[in-house]
Design a protein around this ligand. Structure first.
Ligand SMILES: [Zn+2]
Length: 345
């Protein structure tokens, strides 16, 4: 017998997704094309370490460091599940061996060392290997004298490793201090959530601290604080927008602009002499020779680079200077034309 009502059409799994923040249904592909940011409300979904690195570095430039270091259950820790079993389960789920990955890369053509944490791997908790990987990548940045960029997201220290995990706060902080002494730039990007021992160590020590919009950033979570002080917390407490107001975060950068923004900051932070090393734009040698005034003989070898650039420093009228000299009236005409255009629209 045919049923009275029509059977619902099967919707393939994963074709649509519900934004965790605004609850609107969004086409999964649209979400992904938007770097996993909700096109409706701008909510930034958590990403894996691999995905974060992929979004920031130039294609094919990432060279992972310390990937052979893997966590071990040295304390034989058991809660509902043994630490060893938990590690295996998280490794299988995430396809990564630890909650952080790092290495050498190019960011918009600039050499950097980069580390990215993964909250999906045991809450991004910091155990011995997380601390060690960050320390190794930072030491390498120090040795190569290239900037270090760290994307930090974590629930804090990894309790399964007891005091050993707390020691990572000191270890990572010590390496960051060495970077500072050597004037090697260090930029942190705080992603949701960034709390506990990570927020209290290397994540808070950047020369520039950036944050993704709406990220929860703090040492203890708001519920714990509210329970302790028995007072209602202000609206937006511990979110990026609240913390940029208080000066804890320097700048909130949407994921889409992160690469561009970090590149600009690196240009500001890099030592002066490195910027000056880039060759200045040179006037073509033939033009310098023909425009030369004062009857001075042209250099014998105008094709060679050095005499030509020296000549531009002397009494030479370059084509650009020429237009400056008689360009005033032309500019006025252009301005008037522009004004007319504006009026006509
Ligand atoms: Zn949304």
């Amino acid at each position: 017998m045919t049923p009275f009502f029509r059977k619902k059409k099967d919707i393939p799994l994963g074709l649509w997704m519900k934004c965790p923040d605004c609850s609107k249904m969004v086409f999964t592909k649209t979400f992904e094309q938007n770097q996993n940011v909700c096109p409706e409300c701008g909510f930034h979904i958590r990403l894996t370490a691999e995905h974060r690195i992929q979004l920031l570095v130039d294609e094919g430039s990432f060279e992972e460091l310390a990937s052979d270091l893997e966590p071990r259950d040295v304390l034989h820790f058991n809660d509902r599940e043994s630490y060893e079993a938990k590690l295996k389960r998280n490794q299988a789920k995430s396809g990564s061996t630890e909650a952080v990955r790092g290495g050498r890369a190019l960011l918009d053509g600039r050499p950097v060392n980069i580390c990215a944490m993964d909250f999906g791997f045991m809450g991004g908790s910091m155990g011995v290997v997380v601390g060690e990987r960050i320390a190794i990548v930072a030491e390498d940045a120090l040795e190569r004298r290239v900037p270090l960029v760290v994307i930090a997201t974590s629930g804090g220290a990894r309790m399964h490793e007891g005091a050993l995990s707390l020691m990572q706060m000191a270890k990572t902080s010590a390496v960051i201090a060495k970077l500072r002494e050597a004037h090697v730039p260090y930029i942190t990007v705080l992603a949701d959530p960034c709390t506990g021992g990570v927020s209290a160590s290397f994540a808070a020590q950047g020369d520039v601290t950036l944050a993704e919009p709406g990220a929860l950033i703090g040492f203890a979570g708001p519920r714990v604080i509210q329970g302790t002080i028995k007072r209602t917390l202000p609206e937006g407490f511990q979110r990026s927008e609240f913390l940029v107001d208080k000066g804890y975060v320097d700048r909130i950068v949407p994921r889409k602009k992160l690469k561009e923004e970090i590149a600009t900051i690196l240009d500001y932070l890099l030592p002066r002499e490195v910027i000056e090393e880039t060759p200045p734009e040179e006037t073509p040698p033939e033009e310098t020779a023909t425009e030369r005034v004062g009857g001075e003989p042209a250099p014998e070898e105008p094709a060679s680079e050095e005499p030509a650039s020296q000549a531009t420093g002397e009494a030479v009228i370059t084509p650009a200077a020429k237009t400056d000299a008689d360009g005033e009236s032309k500019n006025d005409v252009a301005k008037e034309d522009q004004a007319n255009d504006v009026r006509s629209t």
